[in-house]
Write a protein that binds this ligand. Structure first.
Ligand code: GLA
Length: 381
């Protein structure tokens, strides 16, 4: 019996407050997978509530948005950069003892809006675009190249079209600079950060047609003496797509082409796409709980499906651990996930191994269970 009121209060608080990973002795993902690949997470928030979890489980942290060209370059004034948030993020990552991952030097979709507007209107020449890109990459790497040693140089340049003749995305930046612009980005990055690990990063590389485009770009870079050090497969999944076997095929083919693979943005949305779903239309409205399917809390059967899905993905990653260098989750816990804003803004989602209170979910135990085949089954939610 606890008699003293203060002692009683402390006891109640310690029972109800969520425990941090290191305090409750949870198995560390970083340590558990250390012999296979490193474990990363992606967030640009400097949120101390997540510090203990990250210190315990992570090797690396990717800056979700703060280093993208658009937030870094809000103004058309030459040489004006908004470094504050990136500086603060990097200092925070270093204070946690984690390795920062730079994302991303060039992404046609998130170049500064004022720059894209100039590209769209024809006011920007190709030479001006390439000069801007070169100066941008050199400035970012001059500031951070010593402290951030892994970079997604180019993000999402390849087309998703089904026609085999298409290559790059059809957008104002890529239509202006073309493949040469991507080569130039790697040239600038390699010159400014000779010892950094440089990646090409994209989604859907587990699809054969898109992977063929990636291999075409990689061959061009090789011919220019600019072979990337690794290829990033983002890994944004749903409960049923893409098949784990497609990841396996992608890892095998990229490895056969000479590239270590990083899974850079892994998450599993708990909503499958309805066949023919109109993503563009979903992005333009908000989640309506009266008419849209949405889970405020995840029902037990979906916890189980999520766990099974993570288990099959990690089974592939473990089988090919010799070809993988990093598996990174996109975001840390369900309390902050981009999938709450995409494709249906406001819809709750539960795509990660930790819930919004940073407690491990059955999916966490399922993934660790692969390393301990005789371990008891994951506790139910
Ligand atoms: C892509 C990008 C990331 C991020 C996510 C959504 O995967 O590579 O930078 O924008 O979309 O958060």
């Amino acid at each position: 019996m606890i008699h003293h009121p203060l002692a009683r209060l402390l006891a109640v608080l310690s029972l109800s407050a969520p425990l941090h990973a290191s305090e409750r002795g949870e198995i560390s993902l970083r340590e558990a997978f250390a012999a296979h690949f490193s474990i990363g997470f992606g967030t640009g928030q400097t949120n101390d509530a997540r510090s203990a979890l990250l210190r315990h489980h992570a090797t690396s942290l990717t800056c979700e948005n703060v280093l993208k060209p658009r937030p870094l370059r809000p103004s058309p004034e030459p040489g004006v950069f908004a470094w504050e948030r990136a500086d603060a993020w990097l200092a925070w990552v270093e204070s946690l003892g984690l390795k920062p991952v730079g994302h991303t030097l060039v992404w046609s979709y998130q170049m500064p809006e004022w720059l894209l507007e100039r590209a769209r209107s024809g006011a920007l020449t190709r030479d001006e675009a390439l000069a801007w890109q070169d100066a941008h990459i050199r400035a970012v790497l001059a500031r951070y190249g010593d402290r951030i040693r892994t970079w997604d140089v180019v993000n999402e340049a390849l087309s998703d079209a089904s026609s085999p003749d298409t290559y790059l995305r059809d957008d104002p930046w890529l239509n202006l600079v073309g493949e040469d612009g991507l080569v130039a980005a790697f040239r600038s990055a390699r010159a400014a950060a000779p010892h950094a690990k440089l990646l090409y990063n994209d989604y859907n590389l587990e699809q054969r047609a898109k992977r063929a485009r990636a291999l075409r770009l990689l061959r061009r870079l090789e011919a220019e003496g600019l072979r990337p050090d690794a290829v990033g497969i983002q890994g944004h999944c749903t409960l049923s797509a893409p098949p784990a076997a497609d990841f396996e095929a992608a890892i095998l083919e990229l490895h056969a082409a000479g590239y270590p693979v990083h899974i850079t943005e892994l998450d599993v949305s708990v909503y499958d796409w309805a066949p023919g779903a109109d993503i563009g239309a979903m992005m333009k409205r908000r989640y309506d709980p009266a008419t849209d399917l949405g889970y405020d809390t995840l029902p037990p059967e979906l916890h189980e499906r999520l766990a099974a899905r993570y288990r099959e993905l990690f089974a592939v990653f473990l089988r090919h651990a010799d070809k993988l260098e990093r598996v990174a989750f996109w975001n840390v816990d369900d309390g902050h996930t981009w999938l709450r804003n995409w494709p249906l803004p406001g819809r709750p989602n539960h795509p990660l191994l930790f819930d919004a209170q940073q407690q491990p979910k059955p999916a966490f135990h399922a993934v660790l269970g692969l390393l301990r085949p005789n371990a008891s089954p994951a506790p139910s939610p």
